[in-house]
Ligand binder design. Structure first.
Ligand code: DGT
Ligand code: MG
Ligand code: MG
Ligand code: MG
Ligand code: MG
Length: 313
């Protein structure tokens, strides 16, 4: 870059580098989705298309950012986890957060038509979904400009594996508690004909067993049979089993000596040669990115996917 007398202004720039050797979680959350979900008439409490659109956008983020090891989504939010060894963008907070948020948002809007095609499109505003068959609607398949989906984002560093697991546990427990409440509340309102205030009042102070009982005895709904996507949220990970089945050499070598303590593993990842890192990245790019609706609180999920912790494919 050419030097000029204006160059000194660079000295005002400040980069926040996220603490080294910590798990970085970037959480994106829909801005004003309470309003947006009404505008596009999302089904209550869960809109399958809206949730699948969130998942598709998250798959795009994980696919295009190889340093991402796992993502977990519920409602209008998604948490993206970078392995603690990542040196992406020199761990600059603003660059990491803005890249994740804009990659996610771009994908969400670009893929809108695959879930909502021909419904709330080509419209001019509120309640215009009836215009689905106008010629404009047939051309445009995106959300209307009066209510574009946008997302905010933040980065948090977790120093230990246990902290990271607890963070994800917190989100999945939140998903369960909110979904059980919302499922019961909307059954009482939509099927039971109660007012929102009356349903809210009755649900005050109830525990999970009470809500299960209300669902079952009044609405013949067995909560256990509700879709796993609603009950457990969505997990986005690379599935290396598929790579292994197809091509054994797709797995990086040198895994055997990574199996000692956790601390050593972290060191090992830092000490990887450039060619090893390139090999790992190739394996990541080859792996299939999958969406699962499973329990991530129990150890089983993690025990069967050791690469999530080691960061090595
Ligand atoms: P914010 O995040 O402070 O900008 O405000 P909101 O309105 O996005 O609030 P937040 O993120 O706490 O809550 C998420 C909202 O999105 C909540 O009002 C419910 C709505 N939402 C999320 N998923 C669905 C869905 O599948 N169906 C419906 N009907 N609403 C949903
Ligand atoms: Mg929020
Ligand atoms: Mg929100
Ligand atoms: Mg939210
Ligand atoms: Mg640039």
């Amino acid at each position: 870059m050419a030097n000029s007398k204006y160059e000194y202004v660079r000295a005002f720039e400040r980069d926040e580098m996220l603490l080294p050797n910590t798990w970085i979680v970037v959480r994106v959350d829909g801005r004003g989705f309470h309003k947006l979900s009404n505008h596009y008439q999302f089904a209550k409490p869960n809109d399958q298309r809206a949730l699948e659109l969130m998942n598709a956008a998250a798959v795009h983020v994980v696919t295009t950012i190889p340093d991402m090891i796992i993502a977990y989504g519920v409602s209008d939010e998604f948490s993206f986890v970078f392995h603690r060894s990542t040196t992406l963008f020199e761990r600059r907070a603003a660059k990491l957060v803005s890249t994740v948020v804009s990659t996610f948002t771009a994908a969400y809007v670009a893929l809108w038509g695959t879930m909502f095609g021909g419904r709330s499109v080509g419209g001019t505003g509120k309640g215009d979904s009836g215009a689905a068959f106008s010629s404009a609607a047939l051309v445009s398949t995106g959300p209307d400009l009066t209510m574009l989906p946008t997302f905010d984002g933040r980065a948090v560093c977790y120093p230990t594996w246990e902290n990271l697991r607890d963070y994800l546990n917190w989100r999945q427990v939140d998903c369960h508690i909110n979904n059980l409440y919302n499922t019961t509340f909307w059954a009482m309102v939509q099927q039971g004909g109660m007012t929102a205030t009356a349903a809210e009042e009755e649900l005050k102070g109830t525990v999970a067993a009470d809500k299960n009982e209300i669902l079952f005895s009044r609405f013949q709904i067995n909560y256990n049979n509700e879709p796993d996507m609603y009950k457990k949220g969505s997990v986005v990970v690379r599935d290396y089993e598929l790579v292994m089945a197809g091509a054994e050499k797709g797995r990086g070598n040198g895994n055997a000596d990574d199996d000692d303590g956790e601390g050593e593993r972290g060191q090992a990842v830092y000490a990887l040669s450039k060619t090893q890192k390139e090999k790992d990245n190739k394996a990541r790019q080859k792996a299939k990115v999958v969406v699962l609706h499973v329990d991530i609180i129990k150890d089983e999920f993690w025990d069967t996917r050791p690469w999530l912790k080691t960061g090595r494919p």
